[in-house]
Design a protein around this ligand. Structure first.
Ligand code: RB5
Length: 178
């Protein structure tokens, strides 16, 4: 489903009219929704992630890109980061060749804690300890099956809520205002 910002899939059938009239307030109160973005290098992995989310019935919003034609990754990091920071999406996933450019760009957005992960333990820990809200993946680094496993654990793992981790995250947030 195409919206002003990209293709949307809410895990259920939604009319075009309903999609067009959905306000940002509706989006904030809606069920968890994943923001997806990629450049040309990450595009095939983004499509594989969408197929997995479709199977799971997990809602997502696809901010592009829509092909393997070369594009700069920064606008996609911005769209996904802003959707998560605004509360329109609960978590984000960004794919590029290495995951590095996407993570550097997304971390410039206030409220975004983007983690570039290539292993299962890091993908789990960055949710539990860092309350990371964007996962960045390198499609030229991590094979598709492994990357899907990282997405799955990232989306399923909650923040631990431990005081020491909350304290450290507050210190990271303070850096944004420094
Ligand atoms: C594009 O060639 C590549 O630079 C990009 O996908 C990403 O790896 C940047 O960090």
């Amino acid at each position: 489903m195409i919206t002003a910002l990209g293709a949307e899939h809410d895990g259920r059938t939604m009319s075009a009219e309903a999609s067009r009239t959905k306000s940002s307030e509706d989006l904030k109160t809606a069920a968890p929704r994943i923001a997806l973005g990629a450049d040309h290098g990450g595009y095939p992995l983004k499509e594989a992630i969408k197929a997995m989310l479709d199977k799971q019935g997990t809602a997502y919003r696809d901010f592009g890109t829509d092909s393997t034609i070369g594009v700069d990754y920064i606008p996609y990091a911005k769209l996904v980061g802003e959707a998560v920071a605004a509360g329109e999406c609960s978590l984000g996933i960004l794919c590029c060749g290495t995951g590095l450019g996407m993570s550097i760009a997304a971390n410039k957005i206030c409220g975004i804690r983007a983690a570039c992960c290539a292993d299962w333990f890091s993908a789990k820990m960055t949710r539990e300890h860092n309350d990371a809200n964007v996962l960045c993946l390198g499609a030229r680094v991590t094979g598709e099956d492994a990357a899907l496993t990282l997405v799955d654990v990232f989306l399923r793992t909650p923040f631990s809520g431990d005081e020491r981790h909350a304290r450290r995250i507050a210190q990271i947030t303070a850096l944004e205002q420094a």
